[in-house]
Write a protein that binds this ligand. Structure first.
Ligand SMILES: *Cc1c(COP(=O)(O)O)cnc(C)c1O
Length: 340
């Protein structure tokens, strides 16, 4: 496959195949690799009408040794089970999930970017209610697909800081809603504020808790990390934040580096000015430094003071974390599945 690997963006393109499984009458089938990047769906499919769908996102990396490493797929498998439970879908057993991921990655070998380009193979598992359903009830049939797409390194010449804003008019997730699972509808609910943010020149939108708009929750599609002036890693504890696997891993790496970690509520007004560094974290980019946070409703602007680059603590975390992903540092926590 000849692609301009070093200049790939984060966008869809068809690859060799995806893998597709169906659930009916209480069991999953054997699944099938399909070359055509389409699914055949009833016009009454539950997912289309009632949004019964959840997804995952993870990556495979080609190391300097040529080996393919898939990062923490069991974590994604478990999170998809939580999403399935919350939306009454047939869960995909962890073993089936991991087999599906391995199967589609192997079948798309030629689409895994070469080492040194910074590009990776993004893996997108998707589970949805495909049975026809007009009366509101869980679907009687489910489809699980895993597709892959090569994606570029987000930032070519090092990590670049972005500006964030708070759009107080809209919330992403209610306290006992679905914010803590990766349901498709959460994204539909956050598109408008994200577009509003983008229009005003902000790359990311930050959400406060829906009940009081007092505590920091997370960005539209990534978790919030603050580094205090005395070098502590602080990230919000909230029942409506999506449990980011990147945040979980960065916390572990922080502990390994001797950086104290605090998972607790963060009072926006009281604390946002106390951080030496702020970053967004998620699979796609790992760490995005945030240089400024503007609250659109009041016009208040909080400048973080790390300029256009990345603060030193976030940079250390990023380097240590990505070294594990690329197979350059020892995998001391058993995070990698190496394909042979
Ligand atoms: C997927 C997602 C994240 C990041 O999770 P990772 O597992 O680190 O990729 C953060 N917030 C939201 C709302 C998400 O959907």
């Amino acid at each position: 496959m000849e692609l301009d690997w070093s200049n790939l963006t984060f966008s869809y393109r068809p690859t060799s195949c995806h893998v597709e499984y169906h659930w009916k009458d209480g069991r999953w089938d054997e699944g099938e690799l399909k070359e055509k990047p389409f699914v055949t769906l009833s016009i009454a499919a539950e997912c289309l009408h009632y949004g019964q769908a959840a997804f995952e996102g993870l990556k495979a990396y080609r190391g300097e040794d040529g080996k393919i490493r898939i990062f923490r797929m069991e974590m994604n498998a478990r999170r998809l089970i939580q999403s399935a439970r919350r939306s009454c879908m047939a869960p995909v057993p962890e073993e089936l999930f991991c087999q599906a991921v391995e199967r589609v990655v192997r079948a798309n070998e030629e689409w895994i970017p070469p080492y040194g380009t910074g590009a990776t193979l993004y893996i997108r598992p998707l589970l949805f209610g495909s049975g026809p359903q007009i009366g509101v009830a869980p679907a009687s049939e489910y489809t699980f697909i895993v597709l892959v797409v090569p994606v570029g390194a987000y930032y070519k010449g090092g990590l670049q800081a972005v500006r964030a804003c708070i759009v107080d008019e809209y919330d992403r997730a209610a306290p006992r809603g679905t914010g803590n699972v990766k349901m498709a509808g959460n994204y539909a609910a956050s598109l408008l504020s994200h577009e509003m943010a983008k229009e005003k020149g902000f790359a990311v939108d930050l959400y406060l808790d829906a009940a009081e708009h007092k505590y920091v929750e997370e960005f539209g599609s990534s978790n919030f990390i603050g580094i205090t002036h005395d070098g502590r890693y602080v990230t919000p504890a909230s029942p409506s934040v999506l449990p980011s696997i990147t945040n979980n891993g960065l916390q572990q790496v922080a502990k390994d580096l001797g950086i104290p970690v605090e998972v607790r509520p963060i009072d926006f007004e009281k604390e946002i000015g106390t951080f030496a560094e702020v970053a967004a974290c998620g699979t796609a980019v790992v760490i995005t430094p945030v240089k400024e946070i503007v609250r659109l409703s009041t016009g208040e602007a909080f400048s973080i003071g790390t300029g256009d680059g990345c603060g030193p603590v976030c940079q250390r975390l990023y380097d240590a974390y990505t070294a594990i992903q690329w197979g350059k540092a020892p995998d001391t926590h058993g995070w990698l599945k190496v394909l042979d």
